[in-house]
Structures are given as C-alpha cells and as structure tokens.
Design a protein around this ligand. Sequence first.
Ligand SMILES: Nc1ncnc2c1ncn2[C@@H]1O[C@H](COP(=O)(O)OP(=O)(O)O)[C@@H](O)[C@H]1O
Ligand SMILES: [Mg+2]
Length: 235
Amino acid sequence: MIDVAGLQKMYRMGAVEVSAMRGITIHINRGEFVGIMGPSGSGKSTLLHQLGLLDTPTAGRITLNGTDVSHLNDEERTRFRLMHLGYVFQDYALVSELTVKENVAIPALMQGRPLTECYAAATDVLEKVGLGKRLDHLVHELSGGEQQRVSIARALVNRPAIVFADEPCANLDTESSRTVLDLFRAVNRDLGQTVAMVSHEPWHMEYFDRIIFIRDGLLDEERIAREGKAGMPEH
Ligand SMILES: Nc1ncnc2c1ncn2[C@@H]1O[C@H](COP(=O)(O)OP(=O)(O)O)[C@@H](O)[C@H]1O
Ligand SMILES: [Mg+2]
C-alpha cells in the first residue's frame, strides 16, 4: 500500500544544509493504522509530507496504492492527492468564512463533481463523525475537538485510500483527543482506510496497529523491535 525505499530529505537554508531524513525504508499494509513517533525534530513531519506528496524528497522512491509517485509531474501529483489521499493537520486548516458543510465539500468540489452531490457527500460524512447537527454553523462556532472532527470529515469526503494525520490531537484536551483517536480507529476499521498518524504522546500508542519510531532522520530499529507492535496481516 505504502512502500518507501531509501527516502532522504535535505533542506537548504542559505548556505546551511539540514538533513531531515537520511534514508528511510518502510512498508505499510493496506488497512493498517500506523503511528509515526519519535522526539521533536526527528523528521516525523518531513516523512509524512513526502509520503503525502506535499513535498518532494531529495532521494528515494515512494509507491502509493500501487503507483510509483516518484515520477509524477506537479499536475499528476495534485490529481493523485485529490483522488487517493486525505489530510488532517494539527491546526485543522479550515476556512473560517465557510460553514462546516462547505468546508467538508471542498475536496469533492475540486474533483469537479456537481454541487448537490458534493453537499450530499459532505452531509453523509459529517453525520459519520457526529456533526450532523452542525452542518450550517461557521467553523469558529465549534470547539477545537469539533473543528478537528470537521477536518477529519473533509479528509474522508472523497473516500481516500490513505489518510495522513500530523499530530491531530496536539491542540486538544485528553477527552477531545480520545474522541478524535476513536474516530480514526473507527474509520480505519469500518471504512478500511489506511491511516498514518504522527504523534508524540505515549498514551496514543495503544490505538495503533504498529508504530514506526524515527530518530535523527532514521528508523529507530531498536525501539521498533522493543516497543512497536507486530503489523496486521495483509488484507
Ligand atoms: N522547511 C524546512 N526548512 C529547513 N529545515 C527544516 C524544514 N522543515 C523541517 N526542518 C528541519 O528538519 C528536521 C526535522 O523536522 P520535522 O520533520 O519537522 O521534525 P518532527 O516533525 O519530528 O518534529 C528538524 O531539524 C527541522 O528543523
Ligand atoms: Mg512535526
């Protein structure tokens, strides 16, 4: 499902080069709920950005859902993201001038589908995340936990094969975090979505099928062997 070989990322800041990823090889099975964990600055977001086609690696190969995405041009990458991938960010990244339903409909509209169909899809997925009564609210009228559920609904509206989440609970209290994590787990189980989530909270570990530990831009093999649970069988 997600195959990564020899992934490297070098950031250039003027004359300074930062090696954020120094050769990462991983495989994530279809239907797995994988946690990506490690200290701050270890390269977790960098890895997720490369996997999610939000950035281009310096070296290495990425295959997503059977497509070698390393050779796609910008337009093809955009199309691939729209058709196959969903994203949830720490800061929700919602459009404050739009209603809950309109926010969630955006990725569907970008696929060029008719408005009524997009709103129907948005309503359907908002009901699934428990926000069926908030469709016409502006997003700032919702709590942080509810806003993150809106952003999860937006990530799911096109039924992507893979959902990427970068510390989605970082701004939430424990109760809202549990609601969000339960939701991800339900989505993973009921809709069969493959989920890759970055987290630095040890208590989140219980939610993941498997944990990929990163340290200094490399897999922390020792910690994976010690603490990472075995992967789920192939579906
Ligand atoms: N756009 C960027 N330009 C320069 N350096 C970056 C950039 N993004 C991340 N880095 C550096 O790469 C390293 C890994 O960062 P990041 O992937 O954000 O870590 P994490 O998400 O694990 O906290 C850090 O040293 C960080 O400062
Ligand atoms: Mg990060």
